[in-house]
Design a protein around this ligand. Structure first.
Ligand code: FAD
Length: 325
């Protein structure tokens, strides 16, 4: 259920392992012009390449551009980041398979249901795990910047400008304060621009880290449905694909699947707790300044410790000052 980053990749892995397996795919039609759910298409190039290789796919065919640095709040940080053609990737993973509209699904007939429905979490039990942030995005005809660029929003979250080839960009903003706040920040970024809008989309992002348990009866969750999006960067493509691979590796063992997911992604829960405390108006303590190396790895950014701490402290101070104002 759900053929985004994680579901389509899982399908490809399962087909590769057992071409005769009986799999039915469900995904509702989307109104987004690009054909997939909202996303800005930025990934860690090395992790993406490794995951594609596990499915027998050459990742390079999906790489639109790669960058050895990004610019965050005006600061240049070392990176190995790729902008991928995500709609083409999902299409490739699915091959000839045609997902059905879930409106017609009688799920009780299946031995196993995979919840890969992202922030919808349509089949796993409801959860109130936070944060769930709101993101809005437009695709513009515009000259691309030299590198992916992001700025912290004063009211929390951040805005980005990601090149998609030479003459198009994804311009977006995410906010813990809802779609209106995210839209306000996006408008600020766009003010004065005469660029043509090609496409626009919006989506919630559930970024809490692993939400346990990862299965409930015959339903097993992967990706964003079980919280696997980095709370600081909002990156969920690599975590969704990674959890799909873990599920295939531990297909009949919920305990091993959970242990593997926790070992790889429990740092996200720590990050989420810090963000939740910050959003409640609490200042950061020195204990909060751990270095979430894996977090930045998933989006391909590798700043030095000093650069990272500098960014976090500035972001937290600006946010708290804005909150008090
Ligand atoms: C604006 C925006 C920009 C982002 N940019 C990036 C980025 O640059 N890099 C990055 O790593 N992450 C990014 N993310 C996050 C990333 O897109 C997701 O976290 C990631 O794709 C999660 O993968 P997934 O497979 O769990 O879910 P998704 O890729 O979201 O796929 C979920 C699928 O489930 C389907 N679905 C929904 N409801 C049902 C249902 N009831 N039955 C069946 N199917 C259903 C949806 O149509 C969708 O195809 C962004 C998110 C947003 C909103």
């Amino acid at each position: 259920m759900g053929c985004g980053s994680g579901g389509s990749y899982l399908y490809r892995l399962l087909r590769r392992r057992n071409p005769d397996s009986d799999i039915t795919l469900f995904d509702p039609p989307t109104a987004n012009a690009c054909g997939i759910k909202c996303c800005a298409w930025g990934v860690s190039r090395p992790l993406f390449s490794k995951l594609c290789a596990e499915a027998g796919v050459n990742s390079e065919q999906f790489v639109i551009s790669r960058y050895d640095h990004v610019v965050i709040n005006g600061q240049r940080l070392k990176a190995d980041l790729a902008i991928i053609n995500k709609p083409a990737l999902v299409k490739n993973f699915l091959g000839d398979a045609q997902p059905l509209d879930p409106g017609t699904a009688d799920v009780s007939v299946f031995d196993r249901i995979i919840d890969a429905t992202g922030s919808e979490r349509a089949f796993m039990p409801p959860t109130d795990a936070q944060p769930v942030v709101s993101a809005v995005q437009v695709r513009l005809k515009a000259r691309a910047p030299d590198a992916p660029t992001a700025v912290f929003n004063p009211g929390g979250g951040y805005s980005w400008l990601f090149p998609i080839g030479a003459d198009e960009v994804h311009l977006g903003s995410l906010s813990p304060g809802g779609f209106d706040k995210a839209r306000e920040e996006l408008k600020k970024m766009m003010s004065g621009s005469k660029s043509k809008v090609v496409c626009s989309c919006r989506g919630k992002i559930r970024c809490h880290g692993p939400i346990l348990p990862l299965n409930a009866g015959s339903v097993w969750g992967i990706g964003e449905s079980i919280g696997l999006v980095d709370p600081v960067t909002g990156a969920g493509i690599i975590p969704a694909m990674t959890s799909a691979k873990m599920l295939v590796d531990h297909w009949d063992s919920p305990g091993e699947y959970q242990a593997d997911v926790l070992q790889r992604f429990s740092y996200m829960i720590k990050e989420a707790n810090i963000l939740n405390r910050l959003m409640a108006g609490n200042p950061l303590s020195s204990g909060d300044l751990f270095f979430p190396k894996q977090a930045l790895e998933t989006i391909g950014i590798s700043p030095s410790l000093a650069e990272f701490v500098g960014l976090v402290v500035k972001g937290a101070r600006d946010y708290l000052a804005h909150r008090r104002a």
